[in-house]
Structures are given as C-alpha cells and as structure tokens.
Design a protein. Structure first.
Lengths: 114, 113
C-alpha cells in the first residue's frame, strides 16, 4: 500500500458545474500525477507536480486545473464539467530513484458528467 | 500524443503458454517500465529497464529493450489465469523530465484456464 487516497471514489455531476477531485498521500513524495483512463485511449496524463506549487501540463490538460499547496495533497479541478470528461481518474505518486521514477497509483475516481 | 503504444491491443492464450506484448515509443528515454492493471484497479509496477540495458528478468517476466528501434517487449512465461489483466508500458523523457511518465493504451491479456 503506497498510502494514496483518492476522494471521492464515485461522483455524478451535472454539465457546467465545477468538480474537484482530491489525491492525498502519506509518504511525502515529491512527484504526483493525475491521469484519466478511457476505453481505446489507455492512460493519458492530465497534469503533474514536481513539488509544492510546482505543476505542469500533460497531454490532455484543457478544461482541467490543479493545485498543490501541500506536499501531501494534489487537487484536480474540472472548471466546468462536460460530458467528454466522464472518465476514470487516477492519481499517482512518483518515487524517484536517480534517473528513474516509479509510479504508485490510487484506486481511481469514477466521474460521470450528465 | 501518447509516448508509448502497445501491441497487440488484445491477446488471448491458454494457461501455460507464453505471452508477448510489445511497446513502441517516440522520444529518447532514460527508462521504460511495465505496469499491470487488474480490472477496475489502479496500475501496479512490474519491472523497469534502463536505457543502457538490453534485457531484464523478474520471475516469469522478461523485458527487452531496443533503443535503436525505440521498442520494448514484455514476455510472460508459463502464463496463469491470474495473469489476466491489462499491461501498459510507461516512458519518461530523457530530453525533458525523467519524472514525467506517459503511458500507452495497453494490451489486454486474457489467459484461459
């Protein structure tokens, strides 16, 4: 158990509403990630963080923002949810060792936008 | 676009057979990793191979890496029904951030008892 908790685990929301997903880690790792997983697309990187207040965009960042005000928490916000953002969202932490980083994943959040 | 692309998309074999999955990527890397995902769960790390390694073993897993072709393969020997899962390769970017991990679309492996 890598000490990662995602909340909520399931959420149904209406189009146009803001939604925030939370990822919490207990191991003080520097790197954290948000991915979304959709059939036919595999896992796609939304945003990632390399330290407190240090974040960068992934390949599918449009419509999403993130914040990391503490080492242990990485928040993903859908500013105005759309049906195309219906997906399973995974948070991960990265354990860095030299030039390698190994990812440990949370259990996922299933988000449905109606 | 995604860095890694696995093939085949789906693979069905009988218990006891070997399973081979391939991954191709686009940019230079420091490392390539393979992960496994059981249905509905988060991904779990299986094995990492560095760019200066050509082959690595871990139990029934064998990974090869050909940086000239920008490709890797994962071999699972003597497969078991419990190996049924999706398998993903993940790469970093040696020209950018070694902590920026991108994943492919995955190979769904079904091992029939």
């Amino acid at each position: 158990d890598a000490g990662i908790t995602q909340s909520p685990r399931h959420k149904v929301t209406e189009t146009g509403t803001p939604v925030t997903l939370r990822c919490h880690q207990t191991e003080n790792h520097r790197y954290m990630y948000w991915y979304r997983q959709d059939p036919g697309h595999g896992l796609r990187l939304i945003h990632y963080s390399y330290g407190v207040k240090d974040t960068d965009k992934g390949e599918v960042s449009d419509g999403y923002s993130v914040s990391r005000s503490k080492t242990e928490d990485f928040l993903l916000t859908l500013e105005s949810a759309t049906s195309s953002q219906t997906s399973v969202y995974f948070c991960a932490i990265g354990r860095g060792r030299g030039l390698s980083t190994e990812a440990f994943f949370g259990q996922g959040t299933r988000l449905t936008v109606v | 676009s995604q860095q890694g692309e696995e093939d085949p998309q789906a693979l069905s074999i009988q218990e006891g057979e070997n399973a081979t999955m391939n991954c191709s990527y686009k940019t230079s890397i420091n490392n390539l990793q393979w992960y496994r995902q059981n249905s509905g769960r988060g991904l779990v790390h299986l094995i990492l191979i560095r760019s200066n390694e050509r082959e690595k073993h871990s139990g029934r897993l064998r990974v090869t890496l050909d940086t000239s072709k920008k490709s890797s393969s994962l071999l699972i020997t003597a497969s078991r029904a419990a190996d049924t899962a999706s398998y993903f390769c993940a790469t970093d970017d040696s020209g950018g951030s070694n902590y920026k991990l991108t994943f492919g679309k995955g190979t769904l492996l079904t091992v029939n008892p």
